[in-house]
Ligand binder design. Structure first.
Ligand SMILES: Nc1ncnc2c1ncn2[C@@H]1O[C@H](COP(=O)(O)OP(=O)(O)O)[C@@H](O)[C@H]1O
Ligand SMILES: [Mg+2]
Length: 308
């Protein structure tokens, strides 16, 4: 759905986006994560045709985005990272205003708006003034507005920032619904846990460089290696330790209370082989497990512990 090749953007001598390559599949909910200043907003604005790149290519649904601005605007809905000014609009008027920017027929806009307000759970607010809505409601209204022309791709810049947990939960529900409607979504955040549960794929950006990207499952799997393997045995630990010392992928062995904790770089297959060799060596094991990969730990490792 979205393919980016060698995308580069500089501001003066500063390289905000450095040779970025990325592919996002149709129906993906792609989380774009990185500390402030990483280049997320710049990249997203280029994808939406709102900012020119220095060089590189962006294809959206096969269309060369950098050279067909009008076509791209039809295909993309954008929710910026700041709320606009509302000029005393009521919610429905606000939707109608945005619809008119896409040359849509008034009755179509009204009908579409009703459906979208329902989607973002604002049906009972259609006659309320936008300025009087809570931050979370405004944010959901922005999502509805960005969908007025039925774009295939929705780009949201830091939509969860400044929202309380309840509003964040509601936003997450909206994202889920959009995902099940088959929309492709790009959503950015400088706080990784905000995205972990929402997205099925993720890209981690730092200082203009994409340092990792892929399916959330695969990325967390990679990070599992960093997590220790815990083994608990009945009785004397020495036989177990002896076997562990002879196992090539075991890198460090430590003992904490009644647990043996090892650094183990093997995959699932090697883990199974290790368990088999312990059991056939007569060790009685009652607990053998490794913590699941954790995106946040991985993110901290990758960005050198710099807190986002
Ligand atoms: N219009 C601009 N002029 C000069 N520098 C800019 C401009 N916009 C962004 N930058 C710089 O580019 C870098 C990336 O910014 P941005 O894309 O907003 O990152 P993010 O959204 O990840 O926080 C930052 O160092 C920022 O200061
Ligand atoms: Mg930003």
């Amino acid at each position: 759905m979205v393919t980016i090749r060698n995308l580069t953007k500089t501001y003066g001598r500063y390289r905000a986006v450095n040779n970025l390559n990325l592919h996002i599949e149709q129906g993906d909910i792609f989380g774009f994560v990185g500390p402030n200043g990483a280049g997320k907003t710049t990249t997203m604005r280029i994808i939406c045709g709102l900012l020119e790149a220095d060089w590189g290519e962006v294809y959206i649904d096969g269309i060369d985005s950098l050279h067909h601005n009008d076509l791209i605007k039809q295909k993309v809905g954008y929710v910026p990272d700041f709320f606009g000014v509302y000029d005393n609009f009521k919610v429905m008027e606000y939707m109608e205003f945005y619809g008119s920017m896409y040359d849509m027929d008034k009755t179509v806009v009204r009908k579409t708006s009703l459906g979208l307000l329902d989607l973002v759970n604002l049906t009972d607010k259609q006659d309320a003034y936008v300025d009087n809505l809570s931050r979370g409601m405004k944010q959901r209204l922005c999502v509805a507005r960005a969908l007025i022309h039925n774009p295939q791709l929705l780009v949201l810049d830091e939509p969860a920032s400044g929202l309380d947990p309840r509003a964040r939960f509601e936003l997450k529900e909206v994202m889920k619904n959009l995902g099940s409607m088959g929309k492709t979504i790009i959503i950015s955040s400088h706080i990784l846990p905000e995205l972990g549960e929402m997205c099925n794929s993720i890209g981690i950006m730092e200082k203009g460089n994409l340092i990792s990207s892929g399916k959330v499952e695969e990325i967390t799997k990679q990070s599992r290696h960093a997590n220790p393997l815990t083994i608990q045995v009945l009785g004397n630990k020495d036989p177990a330790i002896q076997i562990l010392r002879q196992t090539p992928l075991v890198e460090k062995i430590s003992i904490r209370d009644n647990e043996i904790i090892i650094a183990f770089t093997g995959e699932d297959e090697e883990m199974a082989a290790l368990l088999t060799s312990l059991v056939s060596g007569g060790v009685q094991i009652y607990n053998f497990h490794r913590e699941e990969g954790n995106l946040e730990t991985l993110f901290m490792e990758m960005t050198g512990g710099e807190k986002a």
